[in-house]
Design a protein around this ligand. Structure first.
Ligand SMILES: Cc1cc2nc3c(=O)[nH]c(=O)nc-3n(C[C@H](O)[C@H](O)[C@H](O)COP(=O)(O)OP(=O)(O)OC[C@H]3O[C@@H](n4cnc5c(N)ncnc54)[C@H](O)[C@@H]3O)c2cc1C
Ligand SMILES: NC(=O)c1ccc[n+]([C@@H]2O[C@H](COP(=O)([O-])OP(=O)(O)OC[C@H]3O[C@@H](n4cnc5c(N)ncnc54)[C@H](OP(=O)(O)O)[C@@H]3O)[C@@H](O)[C@H]2O)c1
Length: 242
């Protein structure tokens, strides 16, 4: 970004000291923990998407500072800190059903949730919605989730690969297809979790949830909102979006 500004405004004149003064300190980046300590012990797994992009009028290839560092240049001894997300944990009631919607890197905490539910012998059913661009290249943790399905920990597993066909298919489209069953799980006290993109995905998933409650709970939009507000109040609708 800084280089872009310098290239764009070549008339700007300043001393090296003045330039360094306006630079901001490198900020920390947050990553969801994608593992349960009960399963992996004294290590922490992350799911990192490397940010890569280019911008118009420039041939320079850009990479995200931290994600590309983690993927390509890091060795041992990276400084880290733990930022606790107390609102985003598996339910204390191990019998409660859990619905998890985690497209892209949003899958990270749900891998941890499944490990945690398996380690604690939780009896409640688990339903995971995962979405990415292409099944051939972006099906994160495919073997693990298939094994979790086979062992019975993952009760239902629904995928939405957006670029495997002409029209876009997203997690919320799959939710609508399974609306009756999602409503049934909610009626049985399910916890509903969403993780990943805040800008579009989380809003679209929220809208789909309202449609499901309206359609399958025979409710007006206002009544559906009240129903979902009540679930939020019971802390059964939780989001970790960024
Ligand atoms: C609570 C939370 C949890 C998170 N969990 C995860 C996780 O589990 N996994 C994960 O991978 N990430 C996660 N993130 C995101 C992560 O913290 C970083 O923001 C991400 O890795 C990018 O950091 P970076 O240093 O690589 O990119 P940066 O160097 O910070 O660059 C990112 C910036 O590049 C610019 N940019 C990006 N794409 C484009 C584009 N196409 N065109 C123009 N400009 C663009 C934007 O200004 C963007 O803000 C999480 C974030 C939060 C807040
Ligand atoms: N702050 C940062 O620098 C930073 C770093 C990493 C990620 N992010 C942001 O974090 C978010 C998550 O990124 P990610 O890499 O985990 O994956 P992502 O960009 O959220 O993509 C995951 C899947 O979600 C699909 N998708 C796109 N729009 C959607 C919508 N409205 N509803 C449901 N699904 C939708 C994508 O499809 P299509 O791509 O085919 O449309 C793709 O199949 C993104 O917004 C990304 O920009 C930010």
């Amino acid at each position: 970004m800084c280089l872009d500004v310098l290239q764009e405004f070549t008339a700007a004149k300043f001393s090296p000291e003045e330039f360094v003064k306006v630079l901001r300190k490198l900020q920390p980046r947050l990553y969801s923990i994608a593992s349960s300590q009960k399963t992996v012990g004294e290590s922490v797994h992350l799911t990192v998407a490397v940010v890569r992009y280019s911008v118009e009028h420039s041939t320079r290839h850009r990479e995200g500072v931290c994600s590309s560092f983690l993927a390509e240049r890091s060795s041992s001894g990276i400084p880290v800190f733990v930022h606790s997300a107390k609102h985003f944990r598996v339910p204390e009631n191990t019998d409660a059903p859990v619905i998890m919607v985690g497209p892209g890197t949003g899958i990270a905490p749900f891998r941890a949730f499944l490990q945690e539910r398996a380690s604690t012998g939780s009896k409640g059913p688990n339903w995971l919605f995962f979405g990415e661009q292409k099944s051939a290249s972006d099906f994160f943790y495919k073997e693990e989730f298939e094994a979790a399905q086979a062992s019975g920990v993952l009760t239902k597993f629904t995928t939405a690969f957006s670029r495997d066909q002409q029209e876009k298919i997203y997690v919320q489209h799959r939710m609508l297809e399974h609306g009756a069953e999602i409503h049934d799980w909610l009626e049985k006290g399910a916890y509903f979790y969403v993780c990943g993109d805040a800008k579009n995905m989380a809003k679209d998933v929220d809208a789909a949830l309202h449609t499901i409650v309206e359609t399958h709970g025979s409710k007006t939009p206002e009544q559906a909102k009240e129903y979902i507000d009540a679930i939020k109040k019971e802390k059964r609708y939780r989001k970790d979006v960024y």
